[in-house]
Design a protein. Structure first.
Length: 466
């Protein structure tokens, strides 16, 4: 199929299915590069990241952080005048949903301003380079197509959500009152974040973990710190426990049956047991788009699928399911498709963050990879308890860990466990991306006193004099 011809020569017709970070960022790049871009979106530009996932959850967590800071501020000499700090969950969730809606509106305006046509509906691929929307309500031809349809919460047959007491993470914002006892099933990132937040907001929380610790995919030292904090704050973690079923018990209670025969009762249950890709009804088999064994779209490092002219980005690919990665995949796809300079996606430079309290931020090679011999690296870990600014702020949990190559001192990874670790990881992320050495990191000025001073101090301790 040849590109359409416009007033200034050939124009590449680009179709993007899905308006999440992978989709709208791809649309902006394609429009910038002169493409004729049509974005087909069903739920609202921004996708689940803006409407039901990242923006809402982190807004809820922001409120939880304020409550937690206030509750633990006595040692700083703060007198609140009350025995405890409470929240009005109805108002909190109203704010959550309002901010999500506003962010979606802002993103929509930016996409439209770039000249992108937005079609509301559900699109699918069809033979002959066609895009069909809402089973024929609209149909057009595209030279390049990007699949960015995302993923949805995994539903277990024995734990069907009802939107009232048994919930997915997309349904918690309909609650008007704080759960008296929330049972969270799943100890990955989503489960840990919501468990941390609702514990801070004042709910009794039980976290059911099928593994021997929370956050099994994260740095073990970081997970240990978080488990200590959870225990201190009264959050109950049931490790090596697997939920067999979840059902309603009366009007205001749920019953979580574990595979070992135990039962956990609570007022609500949040299911956080992973995601499944939105690939149904997209015409993928007919158009030659291959899926992996888990049902995610297979892509290479420039986001190409197995079908000519078809790319994919975001959670539908199952590649490091982060909004930042989705956005980069979408941009990369368009840079490649429209002939601009492009670098293949390098997952070893991706910075990630778990928004618990404290936060856990990581980038580059991990401790597990070092221990397994996947990379030769040395490490240093500095507790924040020795940092002057941390003492001033009453921070007693967390650390900074850096990994570097022996001999060269090139920084290859790092972990930060701290309040706002998502901000503190950036200098380490820059170092990993640019292959900076620990000496270069150490020679850069930091403010005194500051938490970032611990990053520079870790770098100084990794200095080797040959």
């Amino acid at each position: 199929m040849r590109p359409a011809v416009g007033d200034n020569g050939p124009v590449t017709r680009v179709a993007i299915l899905g308006g999440g970070p992978g989709g709208y960022e791809a649309a902006l790049v394609a429009a910038q590069l002169g493409g004729e871009v049509t974005l087909v979106d069903r739920d609202g530009v921004g996708g689940s990241a803006v409407l039901t996932d990242c923006v809402p959850s982190k807004t809820l967590i922001a409120t939880a952080e304020v409550v937690s800071d206030a509750a633990e501020s006595a040692e700083l000499g703060v007198e609140l005048g009350h025995d405890s700090v409470g929240v009005d969950l109805r108002r909190v969730n109203q704010r959550v949903l309002a901010l999500a809606k506003a962010q979606s509106a802002d993103t929509t305006a930016a996409v439209e301003k770039a000249g992108v046509q937005i079609l509301r509906g559900t699109g699918r691929l069809a033979p002959g380079d066609r895009i069909v929307v809402d089973d024929g309500a609209h149909e057009f031809v595209a030279d390049v197509a990007l699949l960015a349809t995302g993923a949805r919460p995994r539903i277990l047959p024995e734990a069907e959500p009802d939107g009232e007491r048994i919930l997915t993470w997309e349904q918690v914002y309909d609650l008007d009152e704080l759960p008296s006892h929330l049972v969270v099933v799943g100890s990955g990132v989503t489960g840990a974040e919501f468990a941390s937040a609702y514990n801070a907001l004042g709910a009794d929380v039980t976290l059911v973990s099928s593994r021997d610790r929370v956050l099994p995919g994260e740095d073990a030292d970081a997970a240990y710190v978080l488990e200590e904090v959870f225990a201190r704050r009264g959050l109950n973690v049931l490790s090596k426990s697997r939920a067999a079923s979840v059902r309603r018990s009366g009007a205001d209670e749920v019953e979580v049956a574990l595979t070992d025969g135990r039962t956990v009762r609570g007022s609500h249950c949040l299911m956080a047991v992973g995601s499944v890709p939105n690939t149904e009804g997209l015409g993928l088999p007919e158009c030659g788009v291959a899926l992996d064994e888990r049902g995610f779209v297979k892509v290479d490092r420039v986001s190409r699928t197995s079908a000519r002219g078809v790319y994919a980005a975001g959670d539908v690919t199952g590649v490091n399911m982060l909004a930042s990665v989705a956005a980069m995949q979408g941009r990369t796809a368009m840079w490649h498709a429209l002939g601009d300079a492009v670098s293949p996606l390098d997952l070893k430079t991706v910075a990630a963050n778990v928004f618990t309290d404290p936060e856990i931020a990581t980038v580059g090679w991990s401790q597990a990879a070092v221990d397994a011999g996947d990379i030769d690296a040395v490490a240093v870990k500095l507790p924040l308890a020795t940092n002057a600014r941390a003492k001033m702020q009453g921070i007693r949990d967390g650390f900074v860990k850096l990994f570097c190559r022996p001999g060269t001192g090139i920084i290859v990874g790092g972990v930060v466990v701290a309040p706002r670790a998502s901000e503190l990881i950036h200098p380490i992320s820059l170092a990993v991306e640019a292959s900076l050495t620990v000496d270069q990191m150490a020679r850069a000025f930091t403010v005194y006193p500051s938490l970032s001073g611990s990053v520079a101090e870790a770098a100084r301790q990794l200095h080797r004099r040959d």
